[in-house]
Design a protein around this ligand. Structure first.
Ligand SMILES: *[C@@H]1O[C@H](CO)[C@@H](O)[C@H](O)[C@H]1NC(C)=O
Ligand SMILES: *[C@@H]1O[C@H](CO)[C@@H](O)[C@H](O)[C@H]1NC(C)=O
Ligand SMILES: *[C@@H]1O[C@H](CO)[C@@H](O)[C@H](O)[C@H]1NC(C)=O
Ligand SMILES: *[C@@H]1O[C@H](CO)[C@@H](O)[C@H](O)[C@H]1NC(C)=O
Ligand SMILES: *[C@@H]1O[C@H](CO)[C@@H](O)[C@H](O)[C@H]1NC(C)=O
Ligand SMILES: *[C@@H]1O[C@H](CO)[C@@H](O)[C@H](O)[C@H]1NC(C)=O
Length: 825
């Protein structure tokens, strides 16, 4: 039952028009700080018991509104002293009311010549006072009306294609915080920001759009200084699609949100102690880019340890209040030292973090990590165990140095962001370019990719190359680990790769050297070697011969993924793989060994037996099918989180292959609407494998990007023509181009990743031979056919080719390398 409204008399003045010089919120602001005269409409409503006036019809008992209006006009209209904001205008109006006999007033100010794209902005507030006391403003509402954006929103096909108008009203309501300056809203900046953000969206529902707008608005407010006792602001969003329904004027959603509704984005403000800095964290999660470098000791170990300390700040701070998550990583590079030359080569990489720490507290944490990992103060730019720098912090520009000419290389305790040398150093820009190529450097005002290109590095003689470290698995038994973070295995060896595997899609020479992966199937039913190695002594001998012949890595598998192969239980797969891996590792401590499995239990057991790489034909999604579900639920989600945590725990490289469930099925790429300049199957591989790779690499708990090798999956869910298309143009899989069309267009998620290509003895080769010769060609007779395919893979810049006849294929790769690689000597 609706309650009857309390009886109350009110006197109103509606829409009194005044023109005032305002510094903010105009449609076209004048350059820096000149006020623009603008019309504002003022409405006042004053609760006032009119009974006595009504009874006597005597003016002396009421408020003289004509007097009030002229008082407002006289003191405000065409004033020459500029007003800073609508909020400061409100304060002035209440000051004028002090002279009257009014104890409560509701004020509404509307600026009708509002910033572009919206009809009106304004402020509403309620103030009260005891007699003879100053005003207390208990409620303030700032609002934006009819912000008009044209966006993609809706589920119907036509709504996905064409933009439609969406009208949005936004209000911010606050209690107890008055008209304080720190709560003033810059309506013009707010309108512009929201207009831009809203226009970029393409939600299916108005509900999601409204929620997004509320979150963005709160984001903007969260920069405010707040204290814990204050009631947080409430944001109301009304969004309407005027053209959605034919017989109604519009469909509309109205929501109210505050910080607690977005726990992922906002956390409650806490104070925390970091070192001797007592710093208040704010309620917002910030994004920062960090650069990491090491050139002493086990450089890969140092960097991995630094990252693990960063991910568990409580280990060094002793407080759980600091939040740091590594959410994206670059590739890893080895580069010649820039200024001092007679010292070991540097390893450099970068990561993106999300944190609630303010910049100075973050700097303190980085310094503590440097000390913990073992940085010894030494010659400037000299050897150091690990070096951590804040390159960007949101898009902040800040400099704590008292004297700006203080040396840039010796910023002891001071913080300059963006990092002062971030525009001139390849070892900073190149890793950043792997993650945020389009980010505009807040000081240089140019994108990272533009800055990198401007360095003008000669393409033939790159000063940096990519590296992939292989850890020692299992870690040596006498291995001591002094830190309170998950154990970091020491490094066994590492591979160097060209900094850009295919700088150019044309068939020019590059500086890569393709490596050979030998294959050992411990399956009685494997099609390619017909079960000749599935006894331990034979397997050992095979491994010895493969390494002697020149293989760089050996891949051991116990579950055939050949179409129609027999199911093997987890226990059986482990029983086949683990003794073999252990025996090979016992005989050869130095070479990388990978385990070919899609099961987390098998991967873990094999790593503990000595494998130090995971080769997974289902890219961490188990036997699940394409498309991958974003949610972490279900078998695919469980498999993914288990595989990710194993890969991270042991810091092993991973090979992610493109497949769509069962190898023999789903060969149709037309149905997915791929276009792509280089062919549909190539585009399908980039998009589908890219989706999985993003789930594996990005976000908290992701695998470091430098460990990820991609495999286009030749022979898996592809027709003969599809397989040929992929092999012929394999460089396009990892090229620096865009995938998707229209709103889905984005940089190639596989760009820059080293590639493994496996063609050995696969049935598409058999099909070609049979079409030409008329007779069936068995897998073991496909050696020469494989040689041709391997040569093509080398020419396309594959980092690794996976083969069975190692002796012969090493010769093929050596000749192909000589033909297509640019040797530097
Ligand atoms: C207004 O004042 C009269 C007496 O002057 C009183 O009887 C009446 O209750 C008041 N009304 C309200 C709503 O307070
Ligand atoms: C003005 O205030 C005084 C004291 O609060 C009160 O007695 C008087 O009635 C008020 N006059 C009007 C017109 O409200
Ligand atoms: C109200 O103000 C007008 C002039 O602004 C004046 O003429 C009139 O007498 C005032 N009324 C009362 C009751 O004070
Ligand atoms: C926004 O507010 C204006 C003025 O009150 C109103 O006319 C309009 O319908 C509102 N729009 C939405 C989407 O609620
Ligand atoms: C890496 O993460 C940042 C920050 O979350 C994001 O802006 C960027 O697009 C990511 N880059 C890649 C290549 O995924
Ligand atoms: C690729 O290489 C060809 C031949 O060397 C050259 O003409 C072309 O400009 C290069 N393209 C790019 C994008 O570098």
């Amino acid at each position: 039952m609706p309650q009857p409204t309390p009886r109350r008399d009110t006197i109103r003045i509606n829409d009194l028009l005044l023109t005032v010089p305002l510094l903010t919120g105009s449609i076209w602001p004048k350059p820096s700080g000149v006020a623009v005269v603008q019309p504002v409409l003022i409405s006042l409503s004053i609760p006032h018991n009119i009974s006595s006036t009504a009874a006597t019809d005597d003016l002396s008992h009421t408020i003289n509104y004509s007097l009030l209006c002229s008082a407002l006009r006289d003191s405000l209209n065409d004033k020459t002293l500029p007003l800073e904001s609508l909020e400061s205008l409100s304060v002035q109006i209440f000051d004028i009311l002090l002279g009257s006999n009014v104890s409560e007033a509701h004020l509404r100010i509307v600026q009708s010549r509002a910033p572009l794209n919206c009809k009106a902005v304004g402020v509403e507030c309620i103030s009260t006072r005891g007699s003879g006391m100053p005003w207390t403003t208990g409620y303030v509402k700032q609002f934006l009306e009819d912000l008009e954006c044209s966006v993609i929103v809706g589920v119907n096909a036509c709504e996905r294609e064409e933009r439609q108008v969406v009208r949005v009203n936004i209000s911010v309501e606050r209690w107890d915080s008055g008209l304080k300056r720190e709560n003033w809203l810059d309506f013009r900046a707010m309108t512009r920001l929201l207009y831009e953000k809203i226009t970029e969206t393409s939600f299916q529902t108005l509900e999601a759009l409204a929620s997004f707008i509320a979150e963005e608005t709160l984001h903007r407010l969260s920069a405010e200084k707040t204290n814990d006792l204050q009631v947080p602001p409430l944001v109301n969003v009304k969004a309407a699609k005027p053209s959605a329904i034919v017989f109604a004027s519009s469909s509309e959603v109205e929501i109210s949100r505050t910080y607690v509704d977005y726990p992922e984005t906002f956390i409650r403000g806490t104070r925390m102690l970091v070192g001797d800095h007592n710093l208040a964290s704010d309620i917002r999660i910030h994004t920062a880019a960090l650069a990491l470098g090491s050139n002493i000791g086990d450089r890969f170990y140092n960097i991995e340890l630094a990252l693990r300390l960063l991910e568990t700040p409580e280990a060094i701070l002793g407080t759980k209040d600091a939040i740091i998550a590594v959410v994206n990583t670059s590739f890893m590079y080895e580069s010649a030292p820039m200024y001092v030359t007679d010292q070991p080569l540097f390893i450099n990489c970068a990561c993106m973090i999300e944190t609630n720490l303010p910049p100075m507290a973050l700097l303190k944490v980085l310094k503590l990590i440097e000390t913990t990992v073992g940085r010894v103060p030494s010659v400037r730019n000299g050897p150091r165990a690990v070096d951590l720098d804040i390159i960007f912090y949101d898009d902040a520009v800040s400099d704590t140095r008292a004297t700006p000419w203080q040396e840039l290389d010796d910023l002891e305790g001071e913080l300059v962001i963006p990092h002062p040398r971030s525009t001139e150093r390849e070892f900073v820009l190149r890793p950043l370019n792997d993650m945020i190529p389009d980010f505009i450097h807040p000081r240089a005002q140019r994108s990272i990719s533009t800055l990198l290109a401007a360095l003008d590095i000669p393409p033939d003689i790159p000063s940096m190359h990519k590296v992939i470290p292989f850890p020692q698995c299992p870690p040596p038994s006498d291995y001591k680990f002094p830190h309170s973070v998950p154990l970091v295995p020491p490094t066994l060896t590492y591979w160097s790769l060209p900094s850009s595997p295919s700088p150019n899609l044309s068939r020019t020479r590059t500086n890569h050297q393709t490596r050979v992966m030998a294959t050992l199937n411990m399956t009685p039913d494997s099609f390619s070697d017909g079960a000749t190695h599935n006894t331990l002594p034979a397997a050992l001998e095979y491994a010895q011969r493969a390494f002697a012949a020149g293989a760089s890595i050996l891949d051991v598998g116990g579950f055939s993924t050949r179409p129609g192969a027999a199911f093997v239980s987890v226990e059986e797969e482990i029983a086949r793989v683990v003794p073999c891996v252990a025996a090979i590792r016992a005989g050869n401590a130095q070479l990388p060994l990978s385990v070919d499995t899609f099961r987390p239990e098998v991967a873990r057991a094999a790593i503990l037996a000595g494998a130090n790489c995971i080769n997974d034909v289902y890219s961490f999604t188990g036997q699940g099918s394409y498309p991958v579900q974003q949610s972490e639920g279900g078998d695919a989600g469980r498999c993914m989180s288990d595989m990710k945590s194993i890969a991270r725990e042991f810091a092993v490289p991973v090979v992610l292959m493109h497949s769509r469930g069962d190898a023999g099925e789903d060969k149709d790429y037309d149905a997915y609407g791929y276009t792509g300049i280089t062919g549909r199957v190539l585009e399908g591989v980039r998009v589908e494998l890219g989706t999985k790779l993003d789930l594996i690499v990005k976000g908290k708990g992701g695998v470091r990007r430098w460990f990820v090798i991609v495999d286009p999956g030749i022979g898996f869910s592809k027709s003969l023509d599809g397989n040929l298309e992929v092999l012929r143009d394999a460089a396009a899989i990892t090229a620096d181009l865009h995938v998707g069309t229209g709103r889905d267009r984005r940089p190639n998620p596989l760009a820059g990743h080293p590639q493994l290509i496996g063609t050995s003895k696969k049935s598409f080769l058999g099909v070609i031979l049979q079409q030409a010769g008329g007779t069936k060609v068995e897998p073991k007779e496909r050696g020469w056919a494989t040689a041709a395919a391997v040569a093509c893979a080398v020419q396309q810049g594959a980092a690794i080719v996976r083969v069975h006849d190692t002796r012969e294929m090493v010769d093929v790769v050596q000749v192909a390398n000589a033909l297509w690689s640019l040797r530097r000597d």
